[in-house]
Design a protein around this ligand. Structure first.
Ligand code: PLP
Length: 387
């Protein structure tokens, strides 16, 4: 049975370009910090990979230290948030503005900073739209940092990062603006410059690259003003911001995946948006509702079932050869409703009955039709929760 994979926001299969680049990189075993021939060859590959990812971010001429490779998106956000907070010399303001629906990598890191004395304001995101009145109310000279994700991983809501960063900067020109763009990179056309972002988190395994590699983009201003310090100390790799020998095979795969996705970004966006519309239209008039945010990304569709636990349907669909997720993979082992769906405005009971369908450019209309058919048989046959 050919399986249909509709959980691309959890992770994507390795794309052919990444696989080839990784196989080549396995032959180049040198350490990029070494001075001999093998080291020089590895350093060249590292530089080329950095350049390619810079181009995918719309930065053709990255300056030294503007892209730091990490072990994943989670680590890139930890470096962004903790590295900025601990660069004490320049810090006077104390407020951090974020949303109530960030990925745990940002949310838990900000909980830690709150416990250490920062004032963290979590903007409500009902319907997938950050409350701009709350944003405006907290854009004051005390604003130290803003961390707002570009695309929500559970609802597909695109947050108005650019507008929020503009408001923040108008209130305090020294504010540091970070966005977790793990679900936006190579899905939406954006550049850090156009967003006005100082720090941007990206990850390889959501775009056809391997697991275990991410990167933090750092604006020239942040770098020049030394507003970020390392959280992991050691040999001083990655411009002193992330010690540890670089994951060369992963980095080569990441860059190749970004290069490949970059060349197809606009057609991929249109294709996934058309699949999203096909799914939405196919569910119209059924008992399943689509949790459509105000501004929806092309590749994530959140749907709520009629009193059928998401896990029950997930296992049923899996048995039918279709992979989707209940909430997000990162929280799949947690008990209780997703805090992101509650923040979206779903009552806890409906949040428990919500699935995420996440698309890749490789999915087809036939995949969506198969999902619609399987959902219909599932809805008519599966056990419902008693009220
Ligand atoms: N941020 C968002 C929005 C995500 O969806 C994820 C992963 O699902 C991450 C961060 C974490 O990325 P990584 O798995 O590379 O640590």
């Amino acid at each position: 049975m050919k399986r249909i994979y509709l959980d691309n926001s959890a992770t994507t299969p390795l794309c052919p370009a990444a696989r080839e680049a990784m196989l080549r990189a396995m032959e180049e075993f040198g350490n990029p910090s070494s001075l001999h021939a093998q080291g020089v060859a590895a350093a060249k590959l590292l530089k080329e990979s950095r350049t390619l990812i810079g181009e995918a971010l719309g930065e053709r001429f990255l300056k030294e230290g503007q892209l730091v490779f990490t072990s994943c998106g989670t680590e890139a956000s930890a470096l962004a948030l903790l590295g900025t907070a601990y660069a004490k010399e320049r810090r006077t303001a104390k407020t951090i503005l974020t949303t109530d629906s960030e990925h745990p990598s940002v949310a838990r890191t900000l909980d830690k900073l709150e416990a250490e004395g920062f004032r963290v304001v979590r903007v409500p995101t009902v319907g997938g739209a950050p409350d701009m009145d709350v944003v405006r109310a907290h854009c004051t000279p005390d604003l130290f940092m803003v961390s707002m994700m570009l695309v929500n991983n559970e609802t597909g809501a695109v947050y108005p990062v650019r507008e929020v960063f503009q408001l923040a900067r108008a209130a305090n020109p020294q504010v540091v603006c970070h966005t977790d763009a793990v679900q936006g990179f190579m899905k939406l056309p954006f550049t850090p410059r156009a967003l006005g972002a100082d720090l941007v988190t990206i990850s390889a395994h959501k775009i056809g690259g391997p697991k275990g590699v991410g990167a933090l983009f750092i604006s020239e201003r942040m770098k020049k003003e030394k507003r970020i310090v390392p959280v992991m100390l050691g040999g001083g790799q990655e411009f002193g911001l992330r010690s540890g020998t670089e994951n060369m095979i992963g980095i080569a795969g990441f860059a190749a995946a970004a290069g490949s996705a970059m060349s197809k970004l606009r057609t991929a966006h249109a294709h996934m948006a058309s699949l999203r519309e096909r799914l939405t239209a196919g569910l119209a008039g059924t008992e399943i509702t689509v949790n459509r945010p105000a501004n929806a990304a092309p590749h994530i569709v959140s749907i709520t079932l009629p009193d059928i636990k998401s896990e029950t349907m997930l296992h049923y669909l899996s048995g039918q050869g279709i992979s989707v997720s209940a909430g997000s993979a990162c929280s799949a082992h947690k008990v209780g409703p997703s805090s992101v769906l509650l923040a979206f405005g779903l009552p806890s009971r409906r949040a428990d009955c919500t699935l995420r369908v996440s698309l890749s450019p490789e999915n087809t209309a036939a995949d969506i039709d198969a999902l619609l058919a399987a959902l219909a048989t599932g809805v008519s046959s599966l056990v419902r929760i008693n009220h």
